[in-house]
Design a binder for this molecule. Structure first.
Ligand code: T46
Length: 134
């Protein structure tokens, strides 16, 4: 979706020994990382999210499994499937997000531009719609 960027995370393959992916502040990301969190042990079919952020910028990636992201912002609504550890999505404008676990135990990792701030969340969909209209 416009306003969100799909990025390729630098990934170094090894013959028969997997691959290693990495990203670095400034070199690969437009914001400084202040917080990392990850979501695990989620059963298949569960949905999380249902909110937007006022200011927070984030890079989302899925190092294991398959997760669908439903993203909506002032440019429209789109679904993206994360299933490749070398793909990330940068969400850096106010975007409503829902995450659907397509596969049990998929892991969602997030690098965020700020500390956890409850007041940065918009958890009401109507409030989000009004926020992006301004
Ligand atoms: C997002 C999506 C992709 C904290 O105390 N510290 C933290 O850093 C975070 C992220 C959450 N929490 C608490 C707040 C709630 O009591 O953990 C609980 C679960 O959070 P939430 O219901 O917001 O989880 P998700 O999966 O709906 O959303 C999370 C992030 O909160 C959100 O910023 O963009 O993942």
């Amino acid at each position: 979706v416009a306003g969100c960027k799909i990025i390729r995370i630098k990934t170094i393959p090894t013959v028969n020994a997997g691959e290693l992916s990495f990203f670095e502040t400034k070199r690969d990301l437009s914001f400084e990382i202040k917080r990392i969190y990850y979501i695990s042990k989620v059963p298949e079919g569960v949905r999380r999210g249902f909110h937007a952020h006022r200011k927070l910028k984030q890079l989302l990636f899925c190092p294991y499994g398959r997760i669908q992201l439903i993203l909506e912002n002032k440019y429209g609504r789109e679904e993206i499937e994360l299933s490749d550890p070398s793909i990330g999505v940068v969400i850096d404008c106010t975007t409503w997000r829902e995450m659907l676990w397509l596969q049990k135990d998929s892991v969602l990792c997030v690098a965020a531009s700020d500390y956890y701030k409850v007041e940065d969340y918009i958890r009401d969909y109507q409030e989000f719609k009004e926020f992006i209209r301004k």
